[in-house]
Design a protein around this ligand. Structure first.
Ligand code: GLN
Length: 462
């Protein structure tokens, strides 16, 4: 049974598999992959018989910041080491209801703080295309296992500012970041609540559409989840894209973007044109303000979210000693990594009386302008096309030498759509010097259908 490689074939034949044999061979494979590439923080070895459903017995990996009942969930942080949630996140409940099997928790940057998945106390995933290179982040483990697995599998990931697009682009996989509110965040260990989105990394558009159909929908446990009818997104696969209007923003092909990647993405846009779409070059002048505004909002929200890890109720505990400040400081100095501390300090500063208006409130205004700019664009266009990442997968040795600001600049192509909460998909665009690059397609709020149509139309074309 394990000879079946694609999710589609697997779900169509799921009734005929011997579950125990199948799952033990999948776990064995995961262990081999782990020793080579390190995609997991935890591999799950306890499996009950799965329910009958849309994805009966299908292996699913879950990013570690998403709570899974009875399975350690650390969000990549030492401060949550050993935390075993007593409940499932809503998306995990939905996956289990449809018969999905949680094979493990994938590694990530601590709380999602990073672009290359090197800020982790646990595993640092290695790129299956070249082990000296990063898988992208922060959902690096999700990209890594998707690229490395030779068995049917789908990964659940999460993005605040690009954490699904970056690893999908770096590992040659498909990565969908849904519209903010499309998928319930209940059970997600927050990074920045106003921007966090749970999404999917997989090997084909079909897999993405199938999983989105399962995990999306209104959830009374998440007041920001959108009250929309559930739908089957697989019906958009292979639908004609004749007449589709594509906007190509010049800011996404400019300074800092590898010329070879830009050229490859243009080839893909021309392919979409040959399938009946039309394109026009446009300008999105707000793009340049996105990174500074994002990092103010993200670190402000993160620093308040992380205040609860104070050594009393949540996370790492120690022998009580000294006054509260001393105890709080000692638990947090031990439990948080360097990048997390940097962000807590920045976020606390940006929210302080006197600075709030100058930084935080200003950043929120910029976000509104960015949303308006996208909304205006989608009045005349169906999708926006751009490169997913400005660079090919970087070597770990190159990442080490990046200064924090240079590191944050790697998010130039992903931050604005993530801030705006619009849906986006990274589609494998081909290889450059043996390394994968991604085409980024973005659409208006709740128009995932356009992304699925366009992405699937490119499948099978060279
Ligand atoms: N690289 C961005 C950050 O560090 C985005 C990461 C994410 O989406 N979690 O904030």
């Amino acid at each position: 049974m394990i000879e079946i490689k694609t999710v589609k074939e697997f779900v169509e034949n799921a009734d005929s598999i011997d579950f125990d044999d199948f799952i033990s061979s999948v776990i064995e494979k995961c262990e081999k992959i782990q020793s080579k590439y390190q995609p997991f923080i935890t591999i799950n070895k306890n499996h009950a018989k799965p329910k009958k459903g849309l994805i009966h017995a299908l292996p699913v990996s879950v990013k570690d910041c998403i709570c899974t009942k009875d399975l350690q969930s650390t969000a990549g942080s030492k401060i949550l080491e050993g935390y075993i949630p007593p409940f499932d996140a809503t998306c995990v409940t939905k996956i289990k209801q449809q018969g999905g099997v949680i094979i493990g928790k994938t590694t990530q940057d601590e709380f999602g703080f990073g672009t290359f998945n090197v800020n982790s106390k646990y595993a640092i995933p290695k790129n299956p295309f070249d082990v000296e290179r990063s898988c992208g982040g922060s959902s690096g483990g999700a990209g890594c296992i998707t690229a490395a697995a030779d068995f049917p599998h789908i990964a659940i990931a999460e993005s605040t500012g690009g954490s699904i697009t970056a690893p999908a682009a770096f590992t040659g996989t498909y990565g969908l970041t849904p519209t903010y509110g499309r998928v319930s965040r209940y059970g997600l260990i927050d990074y920045a609540n106003s921007m966090d989105k749970i999404g999917v990394i997989a090997k084909s558009t079909y897999d993405i559409a199938l999983m989105l159909s399962i995990i999306s929908g209104y959830d009374p446990l998440d007041s920001t989840s959108a009250d929309l009818a559930e739908q089957d997104f697989t019906k958009f696969i292979g639908k004609d894209i004749k007449g589709m209007k594509i906007a190509v923003p010049k800011e996404y092909f400019g300074e800092g973007v590898d010329k070879k990647i830009a050229d490859l993405i243009w080839e893909k846009i021309k392919q979409l044109e040959s399938l009946g779409a039309s394109y026009e070059e446009i300008s999105l002048p707000m793009t340049k303000y996105a990174i500074p505004a994002y990092y103010i909002i993200a670190v402000s929200e993160a620093s308040t979210n992380l205040a609860k890890f104070c050594g009393l109720r949540y996370g790492l505990h120690k022998q009580l000693s000294g006054n509260f400040d001393e105890y709080f400081a000692s638990v947090r100095s031990q439990g948080f990594g360097e990048e997390t501390k940097r962000r807590i300090i920045l976020g606390t500063y940006a929210r302080m009386a006197g600075f709030r208006d100058a930084y935080y409130l200003k950043a929120l205004k910029i976000r509104t302008l960015i949303i308006q700019e996208f909304k205006k664009t989608f009045k005349s266009f169906d999708i926006i096309a751009a490169p997913s990442m400005p660079v090919l997968p970087l070597k770990f040795s190159e990442i080490e030498n990046l200064k924090p600001i240079e590191n944050y600049m790697m998010d130039i192509l992903t931050i604005a759509p993530n801030m705006a909460g619009i849906p986006m998909i990274s589609v494998p665009a081909g290889l450059i010097n043996g390394l994968p690059a991604g085409l980024h397609l973005m659409a208006d709020h709740f128009n995932e259908a356009a992304l699925i149509k366009a992405s699937s139309s490119l499948e099978g074309l060279e």
